[in-house]
Design a protein. Structure first.
Length: 481
């Protein structure tokens, strides 16, 4: 997702019947992250010190010659085999070596995937791990299949190209269905497409929807697989039932409804684990939650889910950020939601209490003004003296570990333009760990409980092996929920 370089204001169209907006100054606890102390440059006559950059990674992959925009892990070999796509118009399949005498070790290249004429911005595997998709800003969607299905041991050059479709000028994102062999994509022209992936790897068009009038910036299947939720910079949200020919919008909210209106439109979306609600984040920093209808997939909803009476209803409006909301993530084990923003903050909400603010982590990923400059006589500056403009403190992504069991499930991982990846206790906001190694921003990550893999603006993918203390919540017994 693109990082917005300038601040935006919140919506100028409040309505009397709109749910009360939550202000971070009025709720929750604010936590200031100290970040790294900055060093003065010293006088011009002094010899500058050499600075040794910290690299906490155990494995690196450096085949890309441009920024890495997409990263996914194999569904049957999570934390081991990865697919990356970049601004160099190619994708790579690579793996973490079993053992190495050096640290960091070099990731093992399994295969280079070509065929794109612009940045590869999305990709991933079908659930069975036998087919994969790459998609780019050239509008191409390319499918590949494993030459020997189900044989992870056949790795090097073990994939063959099958088919390609190109219905749009730019693909913005893709999201794979949680159960079926199909995926959805959002396009720069606002259209939404759903493709099935045959056993042969051939792509079959299932649906095409055209309700959005501007770029479709984000989309996600509900975890029960019943609906597809998409948002756009035109200010609209739709929840689609794709089992109906042509696709049926069972929920539709547009900027014509002043209760739903936000400046600059929507740029991110997340769906609750019980599939009862979606939350979207705007380029102006406002988040809104909306109820979703009950589906018959997987036997309906779990305990505490919103009923059909709340389907399509605005459940909450959260004016908690001052700039674009880049990422949203629901916790699977507790009623928590996290958001991250270009303004440098992470906000954690209690979804069981009308999305009230529980914690605000300010300055979560501060980027020093001169991270590579220091001298022998320099003194640390105030940690708050970091770059505040041009998105240089952006928290690019937040994601709770996918686990139903606390304390693991309440651990929140984040990455930022400062080049670090961190873990936090989702209840207290306490920082559990910070890992460095990138010379530029981290654009995304995937994770397991004990491993975080990052995609860098410096053309590198890095693997960080997490110590046990960063997988155990740093909260005293009885504190939090």
């Amino acid at each position: 997702m693109a990082v917005s370089p300038s601040p935006h204001s919140s919506s100028p169209h409040p309505e009397d019947n709109e749910p009360a907006m939550l202000n971070p100054d009025e709720a929750g606890e604010e936590i200031l992250s100290d970040g790294d102390a900055e060093m003065d440059s010293g006088s011009e006559d002094e010899e500058p010190m050499e600075v040794e950059l910290i690299n906490d990674s155990s494995v690196y992959f450096d085949q890309h010659s441009d920024s890495i925009y997409s990263l996914s892990q194999h569904p049957l070999a999570a934390g081991k085999i990865f697919l990356t796509g970049g601004g160099d118009d190619v994708a790579y399949i690579w793996e973490v070596p079993d053992s190495s005498d050096v640290r960091p070790a070099e990731g093992k290249l399994l295969q280079k995937l070509g065929g794109h004429s612009d940045s590869v911005v999305a990709g991933g595997w079908t659930k069975d791990g036998n087919k994969l998709i790459t998609a780019g800003l050239d509008g191409r969607v390319r499918s590949w299949r494993q030459k020997v299905p189900g044989r992870l041991g056949v790795k090097v050059n073990g994939w063959e190209w099958v088919s390609e479709v190109q219905e749009v000028e730019e693909v913005q994102w893709i999201d794979f269905h949680p159960d079926e062999s199909m995926f959805a994509l959002g396009a720069g022209d606002g259209s939404v497409w759903v493709y099935g992936v045959e056993e042969s790897g051939e792509l079959v068009l299932r649906q095409a929807m055209y309700n959005h009038t501007d770029s479709c910036t984000a989309g996600q299947w509900t975890p029960d697989g019943g609906l597809l939720v998409t948002v756009s910079v035109d200010g609209s949200l739709y929840a689609w039932d794709v089992s109906v020919v042509g696709g049926r919008a069972v929920v539709g909210l547009t900027s014509d409804d002043q209760r739903w209106f936000v400046d600059e439109g929507w740029v991110s979306v997340a769906v609750s684990w019980d599939s009862s609600a979606a939350v979207c984040g705007s380029a102006s920093g406002v988040c809104k939650a909306v109820g979703l209808p009950r589906t018959t997939v997987r036997g309906g909803r779990g305990a505490g889910a919103a009923g059909d009476s709340q389907a399509g209803q605005i459940l909450a409006t959260m004016a908690t950020h001052t700039q674009s909301v880049e990422s949203l993530s629901f916790c699977r084990s507790l009623p928590l939601l996290a958001s991250s923003s270009v303004d440098g903050s992470i906000v954690i909400y209690d979804t069981s209490r009308a999305y009230s603010v529980r914690r605000t982590i300010s300055n979560a990923h501060p980027r020093p003004r001169s991270p590579f400059s220091t001298s022998s006589t320099s003194a640390p500056l105030d940690p708050s003296e970091t770059i505040e403009d041009n998105g240089e403190n952006t928290v690019v992504k937040v994601e709770f570990i996918n686990s139903t069991h606390p304390p693991t499930g309440i651990i929140l991982t984040s990455c930022g333009v400062d080049g670090t990846v961190k873990r936090w206790d989702g209840r207290s906001g306490v920082e559990l760990g910070c890992w460095r190694g990138h010379a530029d921003g981290v654009l995304g990550f995937v994770q397991t409980e004990r491993r975080i893999v990052t995609a860098g603006d410096d053309h590198l993918a890095l693997v960080f092996d997490v110590q046990p203390q960063a997988v155990t919540a740093a909260v005293a017994p009885g504190q939090g929920r």
